[in-house]
Design a protein around this ligand. Structure first.
Ligand code: HEC
Length: 146
């Protein structure tokens, strides 16, 4: 009885660790053709903030906050700090609006690699596990990061 509890605890923790670092070998790619090229309508920024810090609990995908800081002066972790993102997003690609850039960064993160960072680190599963509504909430939240 006791042993089982410990074993399931260890299994749970290791699964969460794997999910947390995002680069599990079995990580599915986005199935071709299922990705809408248009971003969903902007949703609720407050819900998006919740999703950003609690992604794993709410969706089963790794927490954004585990790799990205959002406050000026915080020390960067794995990915770029998202301070100033609202204005940066409109300048990254002249062919994309801020919403389109942020949407694509989220669902096809290897398409545009922020200079100084590596491809293949950010999970490519968000487009599979987040609903269009959740993505709309995250986009609204990211547009508040100035
Ligand atoms: C395992 C670490 C990791 C996680 C988790 C992660 N990211 Fe990232 N992210 C990165 C890295 C590394 C980059 C830079 C490389 C690139 O451009 O793909 C990046 C780039 C980005 C960019 C582009 C930033 C810019 O300055 O242009 C956005 C936007 C972004 N991530 C949003 C998110 C959101 C939202 C989530 C959660 C749903 C998330 N990330 C989860 C590692 C991560």
């Amino acid at each position: 009885m006791h042993v089982w509890r410990i074993l399931t605890l260890i299994l749970g923790v290791s699964l969460m660790t794997l999910a947390g670092c995002g680069a599990t070998p079995a990580e599915p790619e986005l199935p071709p053709g299922t990705l809408s090229s248009t971003p969903p309508p902007l949703g609720d920024a407050e819900q998006g903030r919740e999703l950003f810090v609690n992604t794993l609990a709410l969706t089963g995908s790794p927490n954004c906050i585990s790799c990205h800081v959002v406050e000026a002066g915080e020390i960067e972790v794995v990915g770029p700090a998202l301070v100033g993102l609202a204005s940066l997003a409109s300048q990254r690609d002249p062919n994309l609006t801020a919403e389109e850039y942020l949407y694509r960064s989220l669902v096809v993160p290897n398409e545009y690699i922020v200079s100084g960072y590596n491809a293949g680190i950010m999970p490519r599963t968000y487009g599979l596990y987040l609903s269009r509504e959740q993505i709309g909430d995250l986009l609204a939240y990211m547009l508040t990061l100035d």
